[in-house]
Design a binder for this molecule. Sequence first.
Ligand SMILES: [Zn+2]
Length: 229
Amino acid sequence: MINKNRLQKIIILVSAFFVAFMAVLSIVIKIMTGLNGSRNEDNIKRLDYALYDIDSPPVQEMLLTQNVNSRPGIEIGNINGVVIHYTANPGTDAEANRNYFESRKDEPDTYANKVSSHYIIGLDGTIIQCIPLNELAYASNNRNSDTISIECCHPGKKGKFSTDTYKSLVHLTAWLCVKYGLDKDSIIRHYDITGKMCPLYYVNNEKAWNKLKNDIWDYVLSHKKADGN
Ligand SMILES: [Zn+2]
């Protein structure tokens, strides 16, 4: 009799404990999946690019002559990024660099002569376009096939861009991001592809690189259409 009572008590206690344990467990699971769910949502949340509108910056079209070295005329696929470069030639301006690309057309068909870029931004912020956006440029190694390239002129050896170059770069890159629906992480340096010290100042100064990306993204976010909500 006594044993039976004790046994019943034990069974009730164990059952109660089990029910309580399962209740707590289900609450914990709900909280965990809830947190994970919202975190995943943040990760995949992309801008609704249709709500953003950036005017194209003024661009001087000085397209290269089609040639096997600097403008092969190969159609580019989906655009997945914008690659920032520096000319590594202090004090030279956009047109001189564009003419250097153009001069490759008379050179032998070699890997070393395959250099170009979709855009070059001059010391005064002038933007020259060398390659149409639906054609590949030879600037970013294995990312030539899915990125738009921007070369930036710079006054000094350290490769820091002038204020005017910087402003045009921010505007042009922001416009490209909205045009192609690219997120902030799609803005990369040549360095991020091959480890090349390009654009030098923005490889040596991670803070300056992050600021540049933030400035570009702020530009995008500040161009939401007024009636876009
Ligand atoms: Zn580069």
